[in-house]
Ligand binder design. Structure first.
Ligand code: ASP
Length: 460
């Protein structure tokens, strides 16, 4: 996204309470959808599990209804990938103009996003939240999920370098039509590079078009989120009606793994960075940032939180205005650590759930794609959902799999948004410190605040 596109989607401060209110409502509705759907399905399974009538109801009514909602998300994946990633590269292209701060921001973004995904992937491989279901059930699940799946062209393998070059589409339209998401992503990146190289005055209309396309896809995501509680109820009903309450154990384990990963990244990675790269005490930093983190939690939106983040960074964290404006605005869309971690965990969890073993090279692909998806994800509620689809498809998993985690997504969205925003603040503090311009208050405001410049150790 270009900075302009992002700032246009920022919520004004006056909208904060409205946003928070509607976020609360949608969270409650989603939770209700989850509980009602799962309970009703589980009870049906206990009473009539496996009966022809129940299977007819699931296959003929609740599953198609649930998929209707999913398809609303799937249909925007290609235009979203194209607009978000190409505009993202165009935004990063501006880095040349901002020089040192830009390069350091990019460096911090890529490093901490990668660490986030690695933490998540390590946890899923250790705790294995998706396992433990009987093989017969799993085969059944795989079968149903495959019925309506998107094409999995990307899962086919080619020997040697051929596998690598296959992500270069010779025809992007065909790649999109075949659901070869990796190739579409690659095309979007190359297209973005083209945008940065073309004469700016000649591509204004095209850029405006891409920004418009991006806004439309976001509006459709918002629409999907409004009907999501019903979709979630149908999907959870279908799941527990088929397999009983047992599957909820996996779902609970998934939630715990995501929360553990987010906590580790927040309290270990960010803390180490703050302490050693920025030279400030992490706990005091997080305490000072708490109003922003609470806003991120309640709105589930980095973009809606941005006005508050900008002000607090300057007034309470001592981050200079120019560094804050740049790093935080760019970060509210591009530096999405919580989202990247969540995407990595989700894809591996679903692979375990469907019993599809992923090789190390496929897991590496998940890391790269999750980092890219984190960069391309919009800072809005549910922004990462459409971005998980290409990663799933690229490793040969049914895109419908996201239906399984949707019921718990709203809560995880709130939590990962906190990480997205605290990651932006951490990155801004580190970049400011490397510039020798971070003036974090040495004492808390209650102790009589004074500032000190800290951590002037830039890596060149
Ligand atoms: N809600 C997240 C944010 O605004 C994006 C996501 O992961 O869905 O940062």
């Amino acid at each position: 996204m270009t900075l302009d596109a992002k700032s246009s989607s920022q919520g004004a401060e006056g909208e904060d309470s409205v946003l928070r209110h509607s976020a609360d409502r949608s969270y409650r509705a989603m939770l209700m959808g989850l509980i009602v759907g799962a309970l009703a399905g589980g009870v049906m399974n206990a009473l009539w599990g496996g009966s022809a009538a129940l299977m007819w109801f699931v296959e003929g009514i609740t599953e198609p209804l649930g998929h209707l909602f999913l398809r609303l998300i799937f249909m925007i994946v290609v235009p979203l990938l194209l607009s978000a990633l190409s505009l993202g590269v165009l935004g990063l292209g501006d880095l040349r103009a901002v020089g040192r701060v830009g390069v350091r921001t990019l460096l911090v973004t890529v490093v901490i996003s990668t660490l986030a995904v690695l933490i998540g992937i390590l946890l899923v491989n250790t705790i294995r939240p998706g396992e433990g279901m009987a093989e017969a059930m799993r085969a059944n699940l795989r079968g149903t999920a495959q019925e309506g799946r998107l094409s999995v062209a990307a899962a086919e393998t080619a020997p040697g370098l051929g596998a690598l070059f296959r992500i270069l589409p010779d025809n992007p339209v065909r790649a999109a039509a075949q659901g070869d998401m990796l190739a579409v992503m690659f095309f979007a990146l190359v297209f973005g590079i083209g945008l940065t190289l073309a004469p700016p005055e000649r591509i204004q209309t095209l850029t405006a078009f891409l920004e418009g396309l991006y806004e439309v896809t976001m509006a459709i995501v918002a629409l999907a989120m409004r009907i999501a509680p019903y979709g979630v109820a149908c999907l959870l009903f279908s799941l527990t009606a088929r397999f009983g309450f047992g599957v909820l154990r996996n779902l609970a384990a998934f939630v715990l793994v995501v929360l553990l990963g987010l906590a580790l990244h927040h309290f270990v990675t960010y803390s180490i960075l703050l302490r050693f790269a920025a030279g400030i005490p992490p706990l005091r930093f997080f305490r000072a940032a708490s109003p922003v983190l609470l806003t991120a939690f309640s709105t589930s939106s980095s973009n809606a939180t941005l006005p508050l983040t900008l002000r607090l960074a300057q007034e309470r964290l001592g981050i200079p205005r120019d560094v804050g404006n740049f790093v935080l605005t760019l970060g509210s869309t591009a530096n999405q650590n919580g989202t990247a971690l969540f995407e990595g965990v989700t894809v591996l969890f679903l692979a375990q759930f469907f019993g599809v073993p992923l090789t190390w090279s496929q897991q590496l692909l998940v890391v790269v794609m999750a980092v890219l998806a984190g960069i391309g994800t919009a800072g809005v509620p549910g922004g990462s959902l459409p971005m998980i689809v290409p990663v799933l498809v690229a490793v040969g998993l049914p895109a419908e799999g996201i239906g399984i985690i949707l019921g718990v997504d709203r809560f995880l969205d709130m939590c990962r948004t906190v990480l997205n925003v605290s990651g932006d603040l951490t990155a801004a503090a580190v970049v400011a410190a490397w510039d020798g311009r971070l003036r974090f208050p040495a004492l808390g405001p209650e102790d009589g605040e004074h500032s000190q410049a800290v951590g002037a150790v830039p890596p060149d």
